[in-house]
Design a protein around this ligand. Structure first.
Ligand SMILES: Cc1cc2nc3c(=O)[nH]c(=O)nc-3n(C[C@H](O)[C@H](O)[C@H](O)COP(=O)(O)OP(=O)(O)OC[C@H]3O[C@@H](n4cnc5c(N)ncnc54)[C@H](O)[C@@H]3O)c2cc1C
Length: 459
C-alpha cells in the first residue's frame, strides 16, 4: 500500500456506514489466516452489509492501489484468503441473507456470506436439494464455495458447485456491479462469465450474491459400507461398481492408516481387521433404491470382504456417515501435522495411485494417509509429519514434488477441490503450461489492471 496507509483508510472509513471498516488489531488478527498454515495481518477489515459498500471499498482501493482480499468464512485449506500483501480484507460474513428459495423455479438466491449448510437446510425443508457438500459445509460460506468451486462426496453423481451456479452478482476491481448469468436453468447469452468467476479464488472479482440451481430432493437413500483386506481389493471393487452400471451419489474410500486412526478414536469394532474401506451411497425413489441395494450387496459379497454393513433411510445412513466425518479428526488425533492434498487422477489410475503413495511412504519414511472421493478419482493424500523429525521440511517438500509430478504424468491434476491459493503456488508452473499461464495473466490484466484483487497468489 502507498504512503500513510492509515490516513487513507480513515478516508475510506468516512465513505462507509459506521462499523463497516475496522482498523483495530483484534479484527485484523481474526481475518489474517484460514485453515492452512500461513497468515498475514491486513491493515483494515471491511465488513460491508450490502453490495453498494463492497463497490465503494473497491472503487476507493483501486483508485489508491490498495490490495483487497475477499474473505468468506476463512475455512479454506490453501491460504486463499490470506492477505499476503496487507491492505484490506473484504469479509462477506455480514452479507448472510437468504433472499429467495423458489420451489416453482427450482432456484435459490443467497448473499455470498450465507453459511452453506444454513442454505441447504432451508432448501431441504421445501423438499428441494442443493447437492454440493464440502466437509466444511457447516462453516464455509456460499461465496467461498463459488470462489473455490467446492465439491464433496455427492459430486460424483450430482456435479460440483459450478454445475449449480446460474447467476452471480459480482463487484469488479473498479467497483462496477455486474450481474452475470441469470436464474434460468439454461442460458446462452454471451460468454459464460459465471463459469469464469466460479473457481477464480477472489482474483477476478468479489461475489456478493449467488443464484443457484436446485433439484428435487431424492426421497430415499441407502448406504453400503464394505471393509477389505487391501487397498488393491478396494480399488477393484470400485471399478466393478461402475462396470455393473451403478452411479452412486457417493463412493468414498479410506486406507489402513486412516482406519487405524478412526478405530483408535471411536473404538469401532467393525474396523478391526480392515485394511481398506469403501462407502457407497445410492439415492432416489425408495423401491428402486432398495432393489439396487440388494443387487449391490450381492455383488459386494462376491468380493470376499472383511465385512459388509447396510443402512436404509436417513437416520441410519447418517449414523454410518459419522464414521466418514471422523477421518480428519482421527488423523489430527495422531498428534502429527497433516499436509492435506486434494489431487485427482483419472479413475483408471486409482490402484496405481495407492501403490505409488505406498512407495513414497517407504522412500521418505513419512506416513501417508489416503481417503476421499474415490468415484471421482479425487483422493485426499495426507502427508503426515512431526516438525521435530530430522530434515522434515526437505522431506515433505520432496514427497509433494514427487507426488505432484507423478499425478501430472498420469494426466491428473494437483487440486480438485481446494484451489491453488498459497499452498500450491510452488507447483502452479508445473501444473499449467506457459501458454495457459499467459492466458490467465491476460484475463487478470483485463479485469483487474491495477492488480488489487488478492495479490500475491498464483496469477
Ligand atoms: C475441515 C475442512 C474440510 C474441508 N472439506 C472440503 C471439501 O470436502 N470439499 C471442498 O471443496 N473443500 C473443502 N474444504 C475447503 C474449504 O472449506 C472450501 O474451499 C470452502 O469453499 C471455503 O469457503 P470459505 O467461505 O471458508 O472461503 P475462504 O476460505 O474465506 O476463501 C476461499 C477463497 O475464496 C475467495 N473468496 C471467498 N469468498 C469470496 C467472495 N465472496 N468473492 C470472491 N472471492 C471469494 C477467497 O479470496 C479465497 O481465495 C475444507 C476445509 C476444511 C477446513
Amino acid at each position: 500500500m502507498k504512503s500513510d496507509p492509515t490516513r487513507r483508510l480513515r478516508q475510506l472509513q468516512k465513505l462507509l456506514p459506521p462499523g463497516e471498516l475496522r482498523l483495530d488489531l483484534a479484527a485484523r488478527q481474526e481475518n489474517a489466516g484460514d485453515k492452512w498454515f500461513a497468515s498475514h495481518l491486513p491493515e483494515a477489515v471491511a465488513l460491508p452489509r450490502g453490495t453498494a459498500s463492497v463497490s465503494r471499498v473497491l472503487r476507493f482501493a483501486e483508485q489508491h492501489r490498495i490490495p483487497v482480499t475477499a474473505r468468506g468464512a476463512g475455512y479454506g485449506y490453501v491460504g486463499g484468503c490470506v492477505p499476503v500483501r496487507g491492505g484490506i480484507v473484504l469479509s462477506l460474513a455480514r452479507m448472510n441473507r437468504i433472499k429467495e428459495i423458489h420451489a416453482g423455479d427450482f432456484v435459490a438466491v443467497a448473499q455470498a456470506g450465507v453459511i452453506l449448510q444454513t442454505l441447504q437446510d432451508a432448501v431441504e425443508k421445501k423438499r428441494l436439494y442443493y447437492p454440493p457438500d464440502p466437509a466444511s459445509r457447516a462453516d464455509c460460506s456460499v461465496g467461498g464455495t463459488v470462489a473455490t468451486n467446492a465439491g464433496g462426496p455427492r459430486c460424483l453423481k450430482y456435479g460440483v458447485t459450478r454445475d449449480y451456479v446460474l447467476g452471480l452478482q459480482v463487484v469488479m476491481a473498479d467497483g462496477a456491479i455486474v450481474s452475470l448469468g441469470g436464474r434460468t436453468h439454461k442460458n446462452k447469452t454471451g460468454f459464460d462469465l459465471t463459469r469464469l468467476l466460479t473457481g477464480s479464488e477472489g482474483l477476478l472479482g468479489v461475489v456478493t450474491e449467488v443464484t443457484l440451481k436446485l433439484i428435487p430432493l431424492p426421497p430415499f437413500r441407502a448406504l453400503l459400507v464394505v471393509g477389505f483386506d487391501s487397498m488393491k481389493a478396494a480399488a477393484r471393487a470400485i471399478r466393478e461398481i461402475f462396470h455393473h452400471g451403478f452411479l452412486p451419489c457417493a463412493l468414498e474410500v479410506a486406507d489402513k492408516f486412516t482406519l487405524d486412526a478412526v478405530r483408535r478414536r471411536t473404538g469401532s469394532r467393525r474396523l478391526r481387521h480392515s485394511r481398506a474401506l469403501i462407502m457407497v451411497e445410492l439415492d432416489g425413489q425408495e423401491k428402486s433404491v432398495r432393489g439396487e441395494m440388494r443387487t449391490l450387496e450381492k455383488l459386494a459379497r462376491g468380493w470376499h470382504p472383511v465385512f459388509v454393513e447396510r443402512a436404509y433411510g436417513n437416520a441410519r445412513c447418517e449414523e454410518l456417515w459419522e464414521l466418514r466425518r471422523e477421518f480428519s479428526f482421527a488423523l489430527r488425533d495422531t498428534g502429527l501435522i497433516k499436509l492435506n492434498q486434494d489431487i485427482v487422477v483419472p479413475r483408471s489410475r486409482l490402484e496405481d495411485l495407492f501403490q505409488f503413495t505406498a512407495r513414497l511412504q517407504k522412500r521418505f519414511d513419512l506416513p501417508i494417509a489416503c481417503f476421499g472421493h474415490a468415484g471421482d478419482g479425487n483422493i485426499h493424500v495426507n502427508v503426515m509429519y512431526d516438525k521435530n523429525w530430522p530434515g522434515i521440511q526437505a522431506r515433505t517438500r520432496a514427497t509433494l514434488d514427487e507426488l505432484f509430478r507423478q499425478i501430472l504424468a498420469w494426466d491428473g491434476v494437483i487440486t480438485g477441490e481446494h484451489g491453488i491459493g498459497l499452498a500450491k503456488k510452488r507447483w502452479w508452473p508445473l501444473a499449467a503450461s506457459r501458454q495457459l499461464r499467459a492466458l490467465h495473466q491476460r484475463i487478470k490484466q483485463s479485469l483487474d489492471p491495477k492488480r488489487i484483487l488478492n495479490p500475491g497468489k498464483f496469477v
